[in-house]
Design a protein around this ligand. Structure first.
Ligand code: NAD
Ligand code: IPM
Ligand code: MN
Length: 347
């Protein structure tokens, strides 16, 4: 019998609501020779406001010992001055991504049959965004002077290393080579961000030589937003930096049926650290505590987690159950737990 040592960070807002359903489905799908040993960690904005603790070193060390991490969402009321400056986002979520070297932020977008896209003619939407997870402007390498004066200068510096870009690009090519259409699109803004853009373009050109089966394309990020709306079926694998990837994947979720369906994995492909799976969405304070959240994104994140663990069969069963559930969704709203129950029952 194999035991999966799972860490669960339910987090804030709708996080605990969607994670409960994701764990329900995970429990339902496990083969008889696999068990899950789950440990819950309380971290998030709520925990911080109660205890003053964000992510203590011992907490990080304990999390690092798990096989995988499942996270709901973290972040509180954006107007709460005690949480200003992305305190929780940076101190918890980004700290985990950086410390656990989650350099691949994998975000698939697929328009499931029977799901209605807001686009009139979406075509076959089935692509993945391979978003860099440890660099870019997210590093926090910036600063401000004369803050609050008319002469304030505020800088955010995007960090792009040859090492960081190359390992991500190589992962993206590998993913493209394993897909049917074998097409990779680099998305950047090389016409303005010339230093970083040059590094990304040269890296893609060089690694492309190792993957002759993959067709390579390039789009500026602004044009990429046009085609995501007018012709999303042109995309197969998008490789891009941390910030562009963040923005594009909310858009990608929206065109494929909504943010409630967007799954993601923060992956450390080398396996030196546990990977972390979470929905693309946040804590949604506007609907939290009302059982209004769609848990499907969290459940599909479990499918990504099972794939990562080498349990491809179980992963496919989760996706199949979600597909069947989506096909039977009517106009009538169901609660978060009713959707989770239905998907678990379909397993
Ligand atoms: P959000 O994703 O929480 O919400 C955006 C909109 O989408 C809201 O109208 C919300 O109700 C809706 N929505 C989100 N998830 C949904 C679901 N599962 N079902 C139905 N509707 C859903 O983004 P935001 O409002 O920009 O951020 C809220 C907080 O979450 C902030 O503190 C932010 O920093 C944080 N955040 C955390 C994560 C994370 O933990 N990975 C990701 C994004 C945002
Ligand atoms: C996401 C979120 C995070 C990000 C925030 C909360 C730091 O928006 O996971 O997409 O920007 O990566
Ligand atoms: Mn985001």
């Amino acid at each position: 019998t194999r035991t999966i040592n799972l860490a669960v960070i339910a987090g804030d807002g709708i996080g605990p609501e969607v994670v409960a359903e994701a764990v329900k489905v995970l429990t339902a799908v496990l083969p008889s020779d696999v068990t899950v040993d789950a440990t819950e960690y309380p971290f998030g904005a709520t925990h911080f406001l109660r205890t003053g603790e964000i992510l203590p070193d011992e907490g990080l060390a304990a999390l690092a010992k798990h096989d995988v991490i499942l996270l709901g969402a973290v972040g509180g009321d954006p107007r709460d001055p005690r949480l200003a400056g992305g305190l929780i986002e940076r101190g918890l979520l980004l700290r985990l991504r950086f410390a656990l070297d989650h350099y691949v932020n994998l975000r698939p977008s697929r328009l499931f049959p029977s799901v209605v896209s807001p686009l009139a003619n979406p075509g076959a939407v089935d692509f993945i965004v391979v978003r860099e997870g440890t660099e870019g402007p997210y590093v926090g390498n910036g600063g401000a002077i004369r803050v609050g004066t008319p002469h304030e200068v505020a800088n955010e510096v995007s960090v792009n290393t040859a090492f960081g870009v190359e390992r991500l690009v190589r992962y993206a090519f590998g993913a493209a080579a394993g897909r049917e259409r074998k097409k990779l699109t680099l998305v950047h803004k090389t016409n303005v961000l010339t230093h970083a853009g040059g590094l990304w373009q040269r890296t893609v050109d060089r690694v492309a030589a190792e993957f002759p089966s993959v067709a390579v394309d390039y789009l500026h990020v602004d044009a990429a937003t046009i085609f995501l709306v007018t012709d999303p079926s042109r995309f197969d694998v998008i490789v891009t930096d941390n910030l562009f990837g963040d923005i594009l994947t909310d858009l990608a979720a929206a065109i494929s049926g909504g943010i409630g369906l967007g799954a993601s994995g923060n992956i450390n492909p080398d396996g030196a650290f546990p990977s972390m799976f979470e929905p693309v969405h946040g804590s949604a304070p506007d609907i939290a505590g009302k059982q209004l959240a769609d848990p499907t994104a969290a459940i599909l994140s479990v499918a990504l987690m099972l794939d990562h663990l080498g349990l491809a069969d179980a992963s496919a069963r989760v996706t199949a159950a979600v597909t069947a559930d989506l096909a039977s969704r009517g106009a009538n709203g169901r609660s978060t737990s009713q959707i989770g129950d239905a998907i678990a029952a379909l397993i």
